[in-house]
Ligand binder design. Structure first.
Ligand SMILES: [Zn+2]
Ligand SMILES: [Zn+2]
Length: 371
């Protein structure tokens, strides 16, 4: 079967949309008709080869919402016609020790999660592009993906919301709920108020944190941060972040600091901002070389300061997503405010440009349709 796929012909080229052959389903795989795919900052890293350099051409996209088109042998979780999200995080087997102890990311019965692997497409020139989106290719009319990466999307949840939930939202919200376990009245700050940072703010709000401090250089993002729950904002262009955050939090700094931006300097700053007993949780990252930390003394941790991190919000996919969909439905979380711009499939290069430079939050590429 043939379908349209956005292809990066080689590293640093813009996308071209090509008619490619999609492979037959292997056992355990599902073919999804992609309706929407949002752009994640990880995609921007991926297409630049920053998750791993790729040879030749590549595909991208992992914030996927769509409809099951066909199922491979042995698939039991979904059937054709089901609405789904396809995620990087997968549902573990539930039976191995990491799964049973709540760490399904390390499931022993799933193949390792690789960002670069051969895609299911064959280009007109015969080449098989690298899939940079890990489990699937979102910027395509159809994608083949493992059953384990799917989570059902309720009928009343729009596809674009499903795309936002699939990665950006859970990364921020889940980090606060599952990893940091913020409690009512604790103080909270987040560096970076893109889609992940705004989702973290919502996690803090739902957890009853107070104050909730949003830190960003872009005023429009800080405005949105206030809309979704920040009680205070800090623009580092206008003041000393560390001093200001300490002032807001009674002199000691926040109990929890989330870092939703790349770069090691800002992580060091986060450690200096948090309370001596506080916790810094790292989400945003770039390549290893820009994430190496100097100037951190381990003695700073003797008093109880903690440094941790979170990948995909440490969620358990099919346990947590239904709760998050319900919170969306009941107005407890606000995803609509974060969905800023919509693009047609043919406008994918503009969408990527705006996602990187346009101060955008969640740019959504509409492939099959919003409904
Ligand atoms: Zn993502
Ligand atoms: Zn397992």
């Amino acid at each position: 079967m043939k379908c349209k796929v956005a292809i990066i012909p080689k590293l640093n080229d813009p996308f071209v949309i090509e008619e490619c052959e999609i492979a037959d389903l292997k056992p355990g795989e599902v073919r999804v008709k992609v309706m929407t795919c949002a752009i994640c900052h990880s995609d921007i890293h991926s297409v630049k080869g920053e998750h791993g350099v790729f040879e030749g051409s590549a595909t991208a996209g992992h914030e996927i919402a769509g409809i099951v088109d066909a199922i491979g042998e042995g698939v039991t979780y979904v059937k054709p016609g089901d609405r789904v999200m396809a995620c990087i995080i997968r549902q573990g087997c539930g039976k191995c020790m990491p799964c049973m102890s709540g760490h399904s990311w390390f499931c022993e019965n799933l193949p390792p999660n690789k960002f670069e692997q051969p895609s299911a497409y064959t280009r007109p020139n015969g080449e098989i592009p690298t899939q940079t989106g890990s489990t699937a290719t979102g910027f395509a009319e159809y994608t083949n993906c493992p059953e384990s990466c799917l989570c059902k999307l309720d009928d009343d949840i729009p596809f674009a919301v499903g795309s936002a939930l699939a990665c950006g939202f859970i990364s921020g919200f889940g980090a606060v709920i599952n990893r940091c376990q913020v409690r009512p009245g604790e103080s909270f700050a987040v560096f970076g108020t893109g889609g992940v940072g705004l989702s973290a703010i919502q996690g803090a709000r739902v957890s009853g944190a107070d104050p909730i401090i949003a830190i960003d250089l872009v005023e429009s993002k800080l405005e949105l941060a206030k809309k979704v729950g920040a009680t205070h904002t800090i623009n580092p262009k206008e003041c000393d972040v560390i001093e200001e955050a300490k002032k807001i939090c009674g002199g000691f700094g926040p109990d929890h600091v989330i870092v939703a931006v790349a770069g090691s300097k800002i992580k060091v700053q986060a450690l200096q901002t948090c309370a001596p007993w506080g916790q810094v949780c790292v989400i945003g990252h770039a390549t290893r070389d820009v994430e190496m930390m100097n100037d951190v003394c381990f003695m700073d941790f003797l008093v109880g300061r903690r440094l941790t991190g979170s990948v995909m919000g440490a969620v358990n996919l099919r346990r947590d997503m239904p709760k998050y969909m319900d919170m969306y439905r009941n107005g407890i979380i606000d995803i609509d405010s974060m969905l800023t711009r919509y693009y047609k499939f043919e406008e994918i290069n503009d969408a990527f440009y705006d996602a990187e430079y346009g101060g955008a939050l969640k740019d959504v590429v509409i492939i099959g349709g919003l409904e």
